[in-house]
Design a protein around this ligand. Sequence first.
Ligand code: CP3
Length: 341
Amino acid sequence: MMNDLFLRACRKETVERTPVWYMRQAGRYQPEYRKIREKYSLLEICERPDVCAQVTTLPITQLGVDAAILFSDIMVPVGAMGLDFDLKKDVGPMIDRPITSLADVNALHPIDPLHDLPYVFETIGQLKETLSVPLIGFSGAPFTLASYMIEGKPSRQYLKTKAMMYGEPAIWFALMDKLADMIVTYLEAQVKAGASALQIFDSWVGSLSPFDYEQYVLPVMQKIFERVNQLGVPTIYFGVGTGSLLSLFQKTGASVIGIDWRLDLATASQVLGKEQVLQGNLDPAVLLAPFEEIEIRASRIIEQGKEIAGHVFNLGHGVFPEVNVATLAKLTEYIHRNSER
Ligand code: CP3
């Protein structure tokens, strides 16, 4: 029997209770994950379908969440475009030869998902047979991917990225187009292999003003969602610190908008209307608070979510390694018990 609560909430259908999953629900907060990481690097996990499927599935059995998210990283398909990267422990993606010129952009090639990344689709195929909940496929968004490709490492100010955007718009838009084609191809292949929903992570796009988002990012996001929405599965668009970009996020065409904790769900729905399905938005740092404090904040989110056409409970960003598995399992149970309709 398939638990399809998550898909029904995304489609604004009736639900018996609020579905929940957590960004980075597979990761270092789990002792079992840390054990596997002693043996394999993150990318080695991604490349071994058995291990990858096991890591993807663990939060479902351990926490009781209503959706699984493919275990991978947003940088994986960037490697297939011909840009070598490394995932540095406790830091993130590192690139030796970042993108600086049009020649660098032109050297990136289109991906052939099944040929270049066969293990991703083998993992999805295995998961399709075994999961009792929907599988979310994902990709990074052009701005967030470009920020790593241009800076060469995680960044706070995105100075090189913005300098290229403002000063070399032809290079910027060429890069956006290349990434858009990769993203659409990659997401299409994930759905064909068995993903039942898609999330596009634009984690760092909240660093842009609305004026710049509209000019340099919105057109490429519209192009992506126009194509990806034809796949017939729910599409989620998520970013951190994007409260000032909300109405522009809605213009992308994504079916679900993911928000962080800096904005109440109720405030977001005042801007977007009650028909807009939302995902979010507990501050992941709250998971380090006493459970009574977690309950207060979770129940507010549940109640605000009941007022809109569809709500998927999530964190406002990924689970921190410092969180206890037991806390997250207890929260999941709390949400299930306290959101019944
Ligand atoms: O459970 C899941 O959410 C699925 C797995 C997943 C990972 N990365 C695994 C991972 C997903 C969806 C991602 C996406 C991703 N990767 C994003 C977008 C989401 C977000 O967090 O904003 C970004 C920005 C990246 C780039 C990246 N990869 C960063 C910034 C880091 C963190 C560096 C660190 O060590 O804290 C990574 C590494 C990474 N990707 C880890 C995991 C579980 C860290 C743990 C490890 O090294 O084993």
